[in-house]
Design a protein around this ligand. Structure first.
Ligand code: SAM
Length: 680
């Protein structure tokens, strides 16, 4: 390869001391908004700090690679270095190293660089180290080291395409995050070439991220062509990209889809050309709260319509609920979903606590007690198959059960160290408050939606006891009330009554630290009460508490775990019966409501050939979404489902893969029925 001699940039400093390129007629950075722009566009746009924490948590990667176009003054690098230093201090991580690869066709002279960096006294120490190592010559690559060798910076002093072409990698295995900087396409069209986008994709790891300050179509289209899924971000800052002041771009590298094309009925087509501004949500429980908060984080307004006087009166109304994933011995579809949902839920709830919102909780673990021979055998199989990470679930002997639970249980068990319990109404209230505090969410209580209809203009008419409204995007998070909504009649939802009994604590159980699961469950005390439960009565819609159900809960606890608590009916402080909304395959549903009539027309041939490939994407009722069927596991699944919903509403990258998406899709039942020839 011929290496072009490096020419230094001829730059000027404007009246505010900011470096300016007469060649590109643009400034290098806008000092008036500090480093906020770099931080927002590149660091937040790539979710860099969270990614480092995730890697630290999973302990599974030792090097994080960022690649950048246009080193310029090195501000992005210095800011990233500082964030990395802070991450190390906060997390105590010793393993992770950072590699930052950049390129620069027109480097600043050392003198200009020094003058530009003097504007950032907070980075003086690192700037000096950078300046000492800032040597470029015609060999094109300069390697520098920071933070005692934990951070390495490679700068290729040549054109971006030339630079990245020099890097050899095994297929898609190098870059975790791209910073596409460089002057705007309007002033530097040469750099934003198809060759550059190909190099970017060649070096990107699958599912890696990319961020850039420009939303110019040449960039969006170029990236989409090489396998990026584009997401626009709203910026709260004014950028100097004259064409697009308020938007920046993030993207995920999905690569080209390999193997068979995805069957049409599994495809969810992009419906919304523009990200919606407003979404209406029916339901006042956890699913609504998670949806409203997830929407608010994307800058989308929502109104929650809750039929009761207060929120969380339905299935989210029990005083204490356990949060843990449903795990089988093998990594099957259900377990994988709940594993992912659990991790997502923990993160969401812990973030809420970090943000200062309060709700009763205890994440001291949950023990699934092996109280009979068949369960001891199951426990052995769990250990033998070893399908799950130790910090998710592992077997413990009966002494460990006693010591971890802090009471005498006397059986071995499967321990989930990060599981626990929360007070669902407090959680819902905290989450809705967090959504309201963003300014993007309003809650309307005492609004019973009694009629939903699609109008000729495509909008949805919703009628409540108080008002009538037309809305473009409507989400139904109505739990068991979904069964009363005529439009959802074709979905195979059922309601299951469950009664939970709140028991006065006593000397035997007051020290219990973990949730104990048997055929039912016993939670640690919260406000002097334990919850035990729950009954399971299919198609029983009555929510009046029953004395015989309290007796059932007490007896079930005694039958499984013996005299662990000595509870009697006199210890019952209160009881609540609520209705769970269930699906036949125990997975929830999220997504746009399928148009059943068209499904039967389009996909009829499935009854003859279940492997037939259809081009037609799943026909849906546009703008009407459901998030329902959470059963008794909403605490574990709702945050992930809400993020899937929002990804669908915004046409962004889904947080689950295509197969999982179909397993959660409201149209999976009609498709399975067509295959089994159950429909006509
Ligand atoms: N990332 C920089 C920072 O943190 O200070 C700012 C980058 S500045 C806005 C754009 C840089 O891209 C300039 O230094 C310019 O010389 C460089 N550049 C422009 N075209 C390039 C190309 N084709 N290859 C490599 N660098 C290029």
């Amino acid at each position: 390869m011929t290496v072009t001699p490096v020419k230094t940039a001829k730059i000027k400093f404007n009246e505010h001391g900011m470096p300016y390129s007469p060649q590109f007629e643009d400034i290098y950075f806008d000092h008036s908004i500090s480093c906020l722009q770099s931080e927002q566009v590149f660091i937040n746009g790539n979710n860099i700090v969270q990614n480092w924490h995730d890697l630290h948590h999973n302990n599974d990667e030792t090097e994080f690679v960022i690649a950048e176009t246009g080193f310029g003054t090195g501000l992005n690098f210095l800011l990233t270095l500082e964030k990395f230093r802070q991450f190390k201090q906060q997390s105590g991580n010793t393993l992770l190293r950072l590699k930052f690869i950049s390129c620069e066709k027109y480097p600043l002279s050392r003198q200009d660089l020094q003058q530009a960096l003097a504007l950032w006294p907070q980075y003086q120490h690192d700037s000096e180290i950078l300046l000492k190592q800032y040597i470029f010559n015609d060999t094109a690559l300069t390697r520098m080291s920071f933070l005692d060798g934990l951070v390495n910076l490679d700068i290729y002093f040549c054109d971006a395409v030339q630079a990245f072409q020099q890097i050899d990698v095994i297929e898609h295995s190098l870059v975790d995050a791209w910073y596409l900087d460089g002057f705007a396409p309007s002033c530097n069209s040469d750099m934003w070439s198809d060759e550059l986008f190909s190099e970017v994709a060649r070096l990107a790891k699958l599912k890696s991220s990319l961020a850039t300050f420009t939303v110019a179509s040449i960039v969006k289209n170029g990236l989409a062509k090489v396998g990026y899924k584009i997401q626009k971000q709203k910026s709260s800052l004014n950028s100097n990209d004259a064409a697009n002041k308020n938007e920046t771009l993030s993207a995920i590298f999905l690569g080209e889809r390999k193997g068979k094309p995805l069957n049409g009925f599994k495809r969810r087509n992009a419906i919304n050309i523009e990200k919606p501004k407003h979404v209406s949500i029916i339901g006042g429980g956890l699913a609504s709260a998670c949806s409203a908060l997830a929407l608010a984080k994307k800058g989308i307004h929502s109104v929650i319509y809750c039929k009761d006087k207060g929120i969380a009166q339905g299935a989210s109304g029990n005083a204490v609920g356990a949060i843990y994933p449903l795990l089988h011995q093998e990594q099957d579809t259900i377990s994988k979903f709940y594993q992912q949902g659990f991790e997502h839920a923990l993160k969401t709830y812990q973030q809420l606590l970090k943000d200062g919102y309060e709700f009763g909780h205890g994440f001291d673990g949950l023990i699934d007690v092996s109280y009979k021979d068949a369960l001891v055998k199951r426990q052995q199989l769990f250990s033998e198959k070893n399908a799950w990470p130790h910090n998710l679930i592992h077997a413990i002997d009966s002494e460990q059960v006693d010591s971890i639970s802090n009471i005498k249980v006397g059986h071995p068990g499967l321990f989930m160290p990060r599981a626990g319990w929360v007070c669902p109404p407090e959680l819902v209230s905290a989450m809705m408050q967090a959504a309201v505090d963003t300014g993007f969410c309003k809650i309307k209580t005492n609004r019973h939606i009694n009629h939903i209809k699609q109008l000729d203009n495509g909008r949805w008419l919703i009628q409540s006891n108080k008002e009538q409204k037309q809305v473009q995007h409507l989400v139904i998070c109505a739990g068991a009330d979904s069964l009363k909504i005529a439009l959802l009649n074709d979905l195979p939802l059922s309601q299951v009554r469950g009664q939970v009994s709140q028991m006065q604590t006593n000397d035997k159980v007051s020290d219990l630290k973990t949730v104990l699961c048997h055929k039912g469950y016993l939670t640690p005390q919260y406000k002097n009460n334990h919850c035990i439960g729950a009954t399971f009565d299919k198609d029983d819609g009555d929510i009046e508490p029953r004395r015989q159900d309290d007796i059932y809960n007490i007896n079930m606890l005694e039958k499984c775990l013996g005299d662990i608590s000595d509870f009697t009916i006199d210890d019952v402080q209160s009881s609540k019966a609520r209705l769970r909304c269930c699906t036949p395959d125990h997975l929830p549903m999220v997504g746009q409501l399928p148009n059943m009539v068209l499904h039967k027309q389009y996909y009829q041939h499935l009854s003859k050939d279940k492997n037939w490939q259809f081009a037609e994407p799943a026909p849906i009722h546009q703008g009407l979404y459901v998030l329902t069927g959470l059963g008794a596991r909403g605490l574990c699944s709702a945050p992930l489902l809400a993020d899937i919903l929002v990804a669908e509403i915004c046409d962004e990258h889904y947080p689950v893969d295509e197969e999982m998406l179909f397993n959660l899709s409201p149209n999976r039942f009609i498709i399975r029925d067509l295959i089994k020839r159950k429909t006509c």
